[in-house]
Ligand binder design. Structure first.
Ligand code: PEP
Ligand code: MG
Length: 593
């Protein structure tokens, strides 16, 4: 039966495919595809895990048989029998084999997928006793997963966390997975999203998340349709259901009728045509009708993205979110050499164009690892994030600074510091940069000059511009956080997404003042938050005086098209009227320019 679910539109376009559900269980496991010739080995891994648990239970049974009823109640023996029975359960064993053999899921993914399905069956049972067996099933699966930890998949690189890296690069699209697949999960961490970046998925849906949550940002950077904040979608959809994602409207249609499928198939082709048409602007300079040159830069997450940025016509990288090199490393942060090679790769990839490397910004919705999720802190977004974390971890910070300075010997590098608010933080940061230079000098290492920039993403920073302009060569406005902190709206929380408003007069005032002040002082300023890539805001930002925009490479041509049609000499007065209106969004939609 067809039904639809509404969420937040975060990445444009239409995707049509079969659902792949990533288990939302407590078990944090790796998800990746294996190759057909690895099926046997993968099944053997699950079997070994299961056998180990069976052994464990036998041992327990033997030891409790020697105890009296006081130490080992009879219920315990009965429970162990139930666990043994569940381990042989045909639905579990057969299901796991199916996901590995027919879908090429890795063993852990297959096990948790099948557990999700069986758990639903238990939930539907009338008998309360049987319903409660769900917890037992979860327990034994957890034990099997634990037992499997010692038997790492042979397809994985040794230094990565089991299953997290590498394997997806050579996904095989045989006829078992040649149907487009859409990924549905309760939640996906930004690190998970990065793992899926090179995978086969045609679209993403998550139950939670806001428009500018980092998961949504990575989905946008992949330029594939995505809907977040779809509430209970992962519970309503079953494995293999046909699903349409309308990434423009934020709608998910499950089990669509042939008529609906045809309609969306048509829309999908229209979108592709439109993108094809935009390609004609690739080599056209971004110059307004009144001859203002506009700089269009790219936001990237990994060094390999530099190539995509260049292909999209970016004139440089305006934001390299270096934290993606640090996430999902499970305690093994990248050392100086690894970072240096990564930054150098991005710098060389841009072929002489500038690369703005932002120092690590972990915390809030970008935990280093899922296992150290910041839930322990009441307000992670207000906690030890970004530069605060770097200053609290000086050895890590110095390592990163040295790596960036060394990469600067290979091309134009701009060093960008996130989340600054205090003069003391600025002073400490500058002292660390000096220290990093001195350390390199002592080693006789080669390094290059960098321009120094600060993100303006805390209202306090936007209200202390003279301080920032005194110490920095350029500023970059991080509107995602600026909006979050100005309006006290968690950007990752879908329940308050309706209040997350780039057009709030207070936000516009902070953005406008920052641009104006920088221009008055002759300092470079750009916007690198999601506002920069939103074509509905291009004219407003131009009118407020912005001449440098940094966005996902996929958004560059659409923004360029807006720029080519704009006349900044007419936009300035209009933009001031919009930003000072009681309801700027209304004023903007009522006044045509
Ligand atoms: C921002 O806050 O606007 C920004 C660009 O940084 P991030 O989205 O990575 O927090
Ligand atoms: Mg930010």
């Amino acid at each position: 039966m067809t039904f639809s679910v509404h969420g937040l539109a975060v990445s444009r376009g239409i995707a049509i495919g079969r659902a792949v559900l990533v288990a939302s269980s407590r078990m944090d496991v790796a998800h990746y595809f294996i190759k057909p010739d690895e099926v046997e080995a993968e099944i053997a891994r699950v079997r070994a895990g299961r056998d180990a648990v069976v052994e464990e239970i036998y041992r327990l049974q033997t030891s409790i048989s020697r105890m009296g009823p006081k130490e080992a109640p009879t219920e315990l023996a009965a429970l162990l029998d139930v666990h043994l029975m569940l381990l042989q359960d045909e639905e579990l064993v057969g299901g796991v084999k199916h996901w590995i053999t027919d879908r090429l899921y890795n063993a852990e993914w297959a096990l948790t997928t099948q557990l999700e399905i069986i758990a639903r069956h238990f939930d539907e049972m009338e008998d309360a006793y049987l319903r409660e067996r769900k917890a037992d099933m979860e327990q034994i699966c957890e034990r099997v997963l634990r037992a499997m930890k010692g038997t790492q998949s042979p397809v994985l690189p040794a230094q990565s966390r089991p299953g997290r890296k590498g394997a997806q690069q050579d996904l095989l699209l045989d006829d078992t997975v040649d149907v487009p697949l859409v990924l549905i999960a309760h939640d996906l961490s930004p690190a998970d999203m990065l793992q899926f970046k090179q995978s086969v998925f045609a679209g993403f849906i998550t139950d939670v998340g806001g428009k500018t949550s980092h998961t949504a940002i990575v989905a946008r950077s992949m330029d594939i349709p995505a809907v977040v904040g779809a509430r209970t979608c992962s519970q309503l959809v079953r494995q293999d259901d046909w699903v349409i994602i309308d990434g423009d409207a934020g709608v998910v249609i499950v089990d669509p009728s042939p008529i609906i499928l045809a309609e969306y198939g048509f829309k999908q082709r229209q979108g592709e045509l439109e993108r094809g048409r935009l390609q004609r602007l690739l080599h056209t300079p971004a110059i307004t009708m009144d001859d203002e040159k506009i700089q269009l830069l790219a936001n990237i997450e990994m060094p390999e993205d530099a190539h995509v940025a260049l292909k999209a016509g970016a004139l440089g990288v305006g934001l390299f979110r270096s934290e993606f090199l640090f996430m999902g490393r499970y305690g093994q942060l990248p050392d100086e050499e690894e970072q240096y090679l990564a930054y150098k790769k991005a710098v060389e990839g841009m072929e002489g164009l500038p690369v703005t490397i932002r120092t690590v910004d972990v915390g809030a919705d970008k935990p280093l690892d899922e296992s150290v999720h910041d839930d322990a802190h009441l307000n992670p977004a207000l906690g030890l994030r970004a530069i605060r974390w770097s200053l609290a971890e000086p050895a890590m910070f110095l390592t990163q600074l040295r790596a960036i300075l060394r990469a600067a010997a290979h091309g134009k590098v701009r060093l960008l510091i996130p989340m600054l608010a205090h003069a003391s933080e600025i002073r400490q940061t500058l002292a660390h940069i000096e220290r990093a230079r001195a350390q390199l000098d002592r080693r006789g290492a080669v390094y290059g000059p960098v321009q120094l920039g600060a993100m303006i993403e805390i209202p306090a920073a936007a209200l202390s511009l003279p301080l920032f302009l005194k110490y920095f060569d350029f500023l970059s406005i991080g509107t995602n956080d600026l909006i979050q902190y100005t309006l006290a709206i968690d950007r990752a929380d879908e329940s308050v997404a309706h209040l997350y408003d780039p057009m709030h007069p207070a936000v516009l005032r902070l953005v406008a003042d920052t641009i104006a002040e920088c221009r008055a002082q002759g300092k470079d300023v750009s916007v690198c938050g999601e506002m920069a890539g939103d074509v509905t805001l291009t004219r407003l930002l131009l009118g407020l005086g912005l001449r440098s925009f940094s966005m996902h490479p996929a958004q560059i041509l659409a923004v360029k098209q807006e720029i080519l049609r704009s006349d900044t000499s007419k936009l300035a007065v209009w933009a001031q009227r919009v930003r000072t209106a009681e309801d700027p969004a209304l004023e903007m939609s009522n006044s045509h320019i």
